[in-house]
Design a binder for this molecule. Structure first.
Ligand SMILES: [Zn+2]
Ligand SMILES: [Zn+2]
Length: 258
């Protein structure tokens, strides 16, 4: 039993074999996964929900990625509010700031991030944060929102000090296949130092395949390799990694608690 807390099974990369990919995850012991939302305009925001509906163990989010921030409108937030009423929607995400790619102007990114944080708080849902090369601005938005806001830094790539700051304001850290990359010493140090009750694992598939699959199309089954690395770093048996990260998942994403 492992949970892939962040993946994109709606991706075109899975068009040819999506059902087999989901079956392989189950066979690998990945009993649950979170299909992250996408899109921006009404009618495009339900990609995660379409996958989650009718599939046991598949949860989803709704959210406008920072890359798409400039496409957000009042109608987008209305549509998100409507979709989020569905019990399969467990979070608002992925939302945040990406100053590495700057696909949307930074002002639009900040505005869209803030609006979605407000929506998450109104809906009493946690958020899944995408933060790249924008640490200070991300933290400023979260601090501004205050302690009622809950969530996770997906694909955490920060330093141990940044991990401590994120945990300090109540957030969780989700580690991806980057944990297995040879040069990722800082991420491994953060994974070792973080409190056990704040750690999640994910694939972010189809991106970021872990070693030994690096460079290939990633898939949810391979969260097993991420969990194995986490176990190695923390001195936990496979069973303990699964139990701890699953318990953390339920503590954060309360809609997944039956
Ligand atoms: Zn992301
Ligand atoms: Zn993602």
């Amino acid at each position: 039993m492992l949970i892939d807390s962040h993946c994109h099974p709606d991706s075109d990369d899975f068009d040819a074999d999506r059902e087999q990919v989901l079956a392989r995850a189950r066979e690998a012991g990945v009993t649950e996964l979170v299909a992250i939302g996408g899109g921006a305009e009404p009618g495009t925001l339900d990609v995660g929900l379409r996958l989650a509906e009718g599939r046991p163990g598949v949860w989803c989010t709704v959210g406008i990625h920072p890359h798409e921030a400039q496409r957000a409108s009042a109608a987008s937030y209305e549509e998100m509010r409507r979709l989020a009423a569905h019990p399969k929607v467990i979070a608002v995400g992925e939302i945040g700031l990406d100053y590495y790619y700057d696909h949307s102007p930074r002002e639009a990114q900040r505005e869209t991030f803030r609006r979605q944080i407000e929506l998450a708080m109104e809906l009493e849902l946690p958020i899944s944060i995408h933060c790249r090369d924008a640490w200070e601005d991300c933290m400023a938005e979260l601090r501004h929102a205050g302690p009622r806001l809950r969530g996770v830094f997906h694909c955490f790539t920060g330093t141990p000090a940044q991990a401590e700051a994120a945990v300090g304001i109540g957030f969780y850290l989700s580690f991806s296949g980057m944990l297995t990359f040879p040069k990722a010493e800082a991420i491994r140090a953060a994974a070792q130092a973080a409190p056990a009750e704040r750690i999640l694992v994910e694939t972010d598939s189809p991106y970021l395949a872990p070693v030994p699959y690096r460079g290939k199309r990633n898939e949810p089954a391979w969260v097993v390799a991420v969990a194995a690395k986490m176990g190695e770093l923390r001195g936990w048996e496979a069973q303990e990694v699964a139990e701890r990260t699953s318990a953390n998942f339920r503590a954060l994403f309360r809609r997944t608690v039956a």
